[in-house]
Design a protein around this ligand. Structure first.
Ligand code: 6GU
Length: 226
């Protein structure tokens, strides 16, 4: 999969995409991420990409021209399956959306700043608008990093058996069960007997029960969705 990202703060995207599982995905050639500085398509020699909003009011708007030029130039070499604008008024990201996007070949992500991007870019270029939750971030970069991570780890071959996405919370609308490691007794706090039984069926039953209980207690809304 290839992901292109348009940003005015590409530095914010570097670290999250260059370590751990995202690094492995790229090293293995399963994921290619290209971050483009929007200033490359600025309207003048001062690197301007934003301007005041019509109608007045505080806050700048990211202008049409740099975004349109960037999208059109990139689209000459890549055919995008989706052009995604990261915005707090988009559809809230969930595992289903990430699963769907992980099946695509080419994605373009646009990170907003200031008051956001000119509405005409949303109308004429953007095919999907995504928010990562009901809170405000300073810009779309951290949201784009979250989205790339959630998609990238689903690509076939990125995760190994141990980290398999099949066992993730949310993949089956259930939260993950509690986990324990050595020692079996820490300060008198014991590992549940079921996990020490050596009986795989008993262990799986216990884990499933715990998942259900945890989901009922903490996220009853997930069970309603089933
Ligand atoms: Cl995608 N962008 C910004 N700026 N804030 C957000 C967000 C996105 N999702 C939640 N808050």
């Amino acid at each position: 999969m290839r992901i292109d990202i348009l940003s005015v703060l590409p530095e914010l995207l570097e670290s999250p995409l260059q370590h751990s599982i995202m690094k492995r995905a790229q090293d293995k050639g399963l994921l290619e991420v290209h971050v483009h500085h929007l200033r490359k398509w600025a309207v003048n020699e001062y690197g301007q990409i934003d301007d005041y909003q019509y109608g007045g009011g505080a806050g700048m708007v990211m202008m049409c021209e740099p975004l349109a030029k960037a999208i059109e130039e990139l689209s000459q070499t890549v055919t995008y399956d989706e052009i995604i604008y990261l915005t707090p008024d988009g559809k809230q990201l969930n595992q289903q959306i990430s699963n769907g996007l992980s099946l695509k070949k080419n994605l373009l992500m646009i990170c907003g700043h200031y008051k956001g991007i000119d509405e005409r870019i949303r109308e004429h270029f953007v095919t999907m608008e995504i928010s990562i939750g009901d809170y405000v971030l300073s810009g779309g970069e951290l949201a784009a990093a979250v989205l790339v991570d959630s998609i990238g780890r689903l690509l076939p071959g990125v995760l190994n058996d141990e980290t398999s996405a099949l066992f993730d919370s949310f993949q089956d609308n259930l939260l993950a069960p509690p986990v324990y490691s050595r020692p079996v007794d820490f300060r008198g706090w014991k590992v549940p007997d079921a996990l020490m039984s050596g009986n795989h069926r008993l262990i799986e039953e216990w884990r499933h029960e715990q998942s259900l209980k945890r989901t009922q207690d903490r996220r009853p809304d997930l069970l309603k969705d089933l």
